[in-house]
Design a protein around this ligand. Structure first.
Ligand SMILES: Cc1cc2nc3c(=O)[nH]c(=O)nc-3n(C[C@H](O)[C@H](O)[C@H](O)COP(=O)(O)O)c2cc1C
Length: 196
């Protein structure tokens, strides 16, 4: 039976919201960053993530050369530069001076100082599918700007996710910011019994 309330929307990978990140690589000795929405967690322990980057992108050259890359989460204040990294290619334009860059343990994965969260990744698998190159990375270290870190019961925590102010994207081609927290994971379900 067809649903009377649903409209067929076509063959669209309508997964939303999408976090916007800047993937970083050292290409021919210089940092290069590209904007990506196609990024995700593949596992938490051990920490594995993936990025999906067009096969001809300049960033890929550096990732393949060093087998390392970074994932940087820009705040909304970096929206203009972030969009720029998504419309301009390192093949034609030098993007190495856009941000303050630092390096971590791997030495070849450039990270963006201005982004509150950075992941330093070592490639553990790479393959091409259709027009995309998929890089699966082991997160060797995560970096968080000091101002956003607090300690609770001896464990480091991010103070408040809303303060990181990440850029969110959706397939309506709009950027958004995040809203307020509305619940606690694995706990909200407890209310179900009370409401029965
Ligand atoms: C909002 C936004 C999201 C994007 N997401 C992706 C993506 O997930 N995968 C991809 O291959 N390109 C994506 N792009 C396009 C690349 O960022 C763009 O082609 C960039 O110029 C590649 O840079 P590079 O050649 O210096 O590596 C996105 C662009 C924008 C503006």
């Amino acid at each position: 039976m067809n649903s009377p309330t649903k409209v067929k929307f076509g063959k669209v990978p309508l997964i939303f919201p999408i976090p916007i990140i800047l993937a970083g690589a050292l290409v021919r000795g210089k940092p290069n960053f590209e904007t990506l929405g196609d990024v995700g967690i593949m596992g938490i322990k051990p920490p594995i993530i993936y990025i999906s980057s067009g096969v001809n992108h300049y960033t890929n050259i550096g990732i393949l050369e060093h087998e390392t890359f970074s994932v940087n989460f820009p705040s909304t204040s970096l929206l203009t530069k972030t969009d720029y990294c998504g419309v301009v290619s390192g093949h034609k334009t030098d993007k190495s001076q856009l941000f303050d860059v630092f390096f971590g343990e791997l030495r070849t994965a450039p990270m963006i100082e201005e982004c509150p969260v950075n992941l330093e990744c070592k490639v553990i698998k790479e393959f091409s599918i259709l027009h995309r190159q998929i890089f699966i990375g082991d997160v060797v270290q995560a970096y968080v700007t000091k101002n956003f870190v607090t300690e609770r019961e001896g464990r480091k925590q991010i103070m408040d996710m809303t303060k990181l102010d990440p850029i969110i994207y959706a397939l309506d081609n709009r950027y958004y910011n995040i809203g307020e927290p509305i619940g606690v994971g694995y706990h909200e379900s407890k209310k179900l019994h009370r409401e029965d």
